[in-house]
Design a binder for this molecule. Structure first.
Ligand SMILES: CC(=O)[C@@H](O)[C@H](O)COP(=O)(O)O
Ligand SMILES: NCC(=O)COP(=O)(O)O
Length: 252
């Protein structure tokens, strides 16, 4: 019997709901309500990136979302992103999410814009990967789509890599698209050959998602926030999540 590859899971990143919420002291829009509506619409998981400056997701959000998923959505995955040398490990130790994604951001960085340099940081990051995995937390490393770097991610002890997809999003629809997509496919195959599973994220949207998934094999999870929340301002959470699930189905 041929094993059918699992369909790509959609993990909704709620950073931007929290960003808007933080501009008043009214508690709206609610991060927990956003999570509930997205999961009710069929999203398979929730992602948050509690940055050290708490510009959007705060520790209280992480606590409340952890409680919501464990009590009401036990089949959904909770993915917490961050820099393990800053505040991420505190959240990993306290909440033991399904997955943590190590992202090499500086504290005040505008947004995530690069993957790990494991030649420089691999030995430093390895014990933190081991600690998270010993707590039962899957570890994904945020990586640029460089095939030659995937073996180092495996050697560092990671379970998965998350391919940083901004470069693809930037060239989508241009003459560079095919060449850039080929680099992502090559990186994904190299990761899988090394024994890693593959996630993807950053600047994915309804226009570029299906093409990416058709071209890059075996993507287990896409985490999408900025464009999805922007779409939800127009379409609502339910309609937006269903539109993204349709994009995933079209990319299968
Ligand atoms: C790691 C990554 O690409 C995103 O998940 C990140 O969470 C974006 O952070 P901002 O939402 O703060 O731009
Ligand atoms: N890891 C990517 C993520 O969680 C969301 O990135 P974006 O869709 O907000 O660019």
């Amino acid at each position: 019997m041929t094993s059918h590859p699992a369909r790509t899971a959609l993990s909704v990143n709620l950073n931007k709901v929290a960003l808007v919420r933080n501009t008043r002291h009214l508690g709206i829009p609610s991060v927990v309500r956003a999570a509930t509506l997205c999961l009710r619409a069929g999203a398979q998981g929730i992602t948050v990136h509690p940055r050290p400056d708490a510009r959007h997701i705060r520790a209280a959000d992480v606590r409340e979302l952890h409680g919501l998923l464990r009590q009401s959505w036990p089949g959904a995955e909770f993915n917490i992103e961050g820099n393990p040398f800053h505040n991420l490990m505190d959240f990993v130790r306290e909440f033991r999410p399904d997955q943590c994604t190590f992202v090499p951001d500086t504290e005040g960085q505008f947004t995530s814009d690069h993957g790990w340099d494991l030649a420089a940081d691999g030995e430093r990051v390895r014990p933190l990967i081991e600690e998270a995995r010993a707590l039962g937390v899957r570890v994904s490393l945020f990586m640029d789509p460089v095939a030659a770097n995937m073996a180092a991610a495996k050697a560092a002890g990671a379970d998965r890599v998350e391919l940083y997809t901004e470069h693809y999003a930037h060239v989508f629809g241009t003459a560079q698209q095919a060449r850039v997509l080929a680099s992502y496919a090559q990186a994904a195959r190299a990761a899988q050959a090394a024994g890693l599973q593959v996630n993807a994220g950053h600047d994915l949207n309804r226009d570029n998602l299906a093409t990416f998934l058709r071209s890059v094999p075996g993507v287990r999870e896409v985490s999408i926030g900025h464009a999805l929340i922007a779409d939800a301002l127009e379409l609502g959470y339910e309609g937006t999540v269903k539109a993204y699930l349709d994009c995933i189905a079209a990319g299968a």
